[in-house]
Unconditional design. Structure first.
Length: 172
């Protein structure tokens, strides 16, 4: 393990230990933590209490602040996502999508003329697909292929530092 990885790992362990210790002295915190539905809710609650436990193992802080660095793009407002075309051709386009605690509005489904292949570059996400029904929990490095006309929706993405996607769309 590289020294930087070790330092990040030990810092996260220390933050988690402090969080656990605070639960011993504040039973209401323990109840609120138990009421969380997923990892993102735990991370957000811990952040409100002053503990930074959000970064998953292997996610690095970006060193470059260059406009061209895909990993250092500015995060959109909480609850939203932004999309940018990186390059395109006659029947295809490659997009960078930044999501910040985003989910498709309740009851809505995305149905596209194009096929879509996405790769998660940062954070995590949960997708729901129909025909056939499928729920997919994504982590860094996970790809998903969504055939054209297949209904799908984003169930959740991470809050700050957000979820970063690379999406390739094409028409057959």
């Amino acid at each position: 393990m590289a020294e930087d990885d070790l330092i990040r790992f030990l810092d996260k362990v220390q933050q988690l230990q402090k969080l656990v210790e605070s639960l011993k002295h504040e039973p209401e915190r323990r109840k609120r933590l138990a009421d969380c539905d997923d990892h993102n809710a735990v991370v957000e609650l811990a952040r409100q209490w002053g503990f930074e436990i959000g970064r998953r193992w292997g996610e690095q802080e970006t060193a470059s602040r260059s406009e061209d660095n895909l990993l250092s793009q500015p995060l959109p407002l909480n609850g939203t996502e932004s999309e940018r075309t990186l390059i395109s051709g006659e029947h295809w386009r490659l997009h960078l999508i930044l999501s910040n605690a985003f989910q498709t509005p309740k009851g809505e489904w995305l149905v596209q003329e194009e096929s879509e292949w996405v790769l998660l570059l940062r954070g995590s996400a949960e997708l729901r697909l129909e025909d056939p029904e499928e729920q997919i929990d994504l982590s860094v490095g996970d790809p998903v292929l969504i055939d054209s006309h297949r209904p799908h929706r984003v169930e959740r993405t991470d809050p700050d530092p957000g979820t970063l996607w690379l999406a390739l769309y094409w028409r057959a």
